[in-house]
Design a protein around this ligand. Sequence first.
Ligand code: PEP
Ligand code: CO
Length: 468
Amino acid sequence: MTKNIKHTFAQSGWSPDSWRAHTALQQPIYNDISEVRSVESQLQSLPALVSMAEIEQLKIKLAAACNGEAFLLQGGDCAETFADFSTPSIQNLFKVLMQMAVVLTYAGRVPVIKVGRIAGQFAKPRSTNVEVRDGVSLPSFRGDIINGIEFSAAARQANPQRMLQAYHQSMATVNLLRSFTLDGLADLHQVNAWNLDFVRANPACERYKQLADQLCDALAFMEVCGVSSATTPALRQTEVFTSHEALLLNYEQSLLQQVNSRANTDVVTGAYYAMSAHMLWIGERTRQLNGAHVEFLRGVQNPLGIKISSAIEPAELSALIQRLNPNNIAGRITLISRMGADNTARHLPALAQRVASEGHKVVWSCDPMHGNTIKTANGMKTRSFDSIMSEIEQFFAVLPAYGQYPGGLHLEMTGAHVTECVGGAYHISETDLASCYKTQCDPRLNAQQVLELSFRVAELIRGDTART
Ligand code: PEP
Ligand code: CO
């Protein structure tokens, strides 16, 4: 072990396929197991999507978020798709993440860790195994890495070849993201100019103008002092990490890598890393203590998210954290609270209290999306901007009371101008939803809604409560 890096390695009784002896929920049923094995071995021989050093860097950054010295911004599609894969869609998401990060950095006076739900967010847990339409029953759509969304028997059959397509799309996405971190898209002055455009055009312009003006003043002052993007690379470059739900275990196991003795000094010989993304999370439906997902993830070194709804009890949460982080390494665990606006103030306190009293080092992040999904009268899934903000406000109010830091946001969002969530300053109504409803899964905040949300969170961080 070198420097200050600590590891969970090694976990007793764990091996890359020890998860196979545990119950794995939410897995596809493949017809041809020999084809699955063939795809797995092809994946094993393909290059890693991320590096071990980057994974360790992210862990160190997240360790700072445990103490309120950094803030995690994690966001992207509910489900990436093969059909909507394009440079503009990735670029627009990247831009809006940068815009949000600038606002949150300025308000919180701490670095913002940018993590996309991207380059691997293809597998979806479903509430039912089958979908029935007009008396016809077919397997549910489980994400493009598993089957097709079209309602036909052929499309809905799980196809292992899709894992290869998801891998290649993820590789191309990572490549594009890396180029964006180095070119003008991350330039602070450019990002600030986009934010000014957003504020000027927004119906709630007056509310956000003050913060935007302060940011401009800060940048102008720095420029006078000789600190500009021309002189300071840090102002025109950034880092973006990747993440997804580690749901499809055949895929995840195939992309594992063990550190060999010639590896660099930041990692421990013999340790395993999931090389499909920097950060992986366990979904609300697959976080059983003795389930296959927990078993798989306890043996990898990556930072892990755990989704928690109001259904989790403090003792269960405590056991889960200990199973996944027995050495209490800061940066290893991010608790992603997704309780809904109706439950957060009621259920989060007992969990925060338990984590505080047992001294677990965790990042607390708020996913205000998954507990606030509703259906409109004509059956469309949506979420309201007001419920989303209400959950965030409760999250920010509860945690400090237990000595914990509200350390992150986890959002389903897109850089495109979709109409999937209702509300916000542009007053998207239920009848507006049909005009541009594109998600294959859950409704996402659009670029304007998510920027507005960032300005609101900035107010919360600054304690500007009179406005909320
Ligand atoms: C998701 O993040 O898309 C998801 C399915 O979340 P959860 O596991 O919290 O329901
Ligand atoms: Co979702």
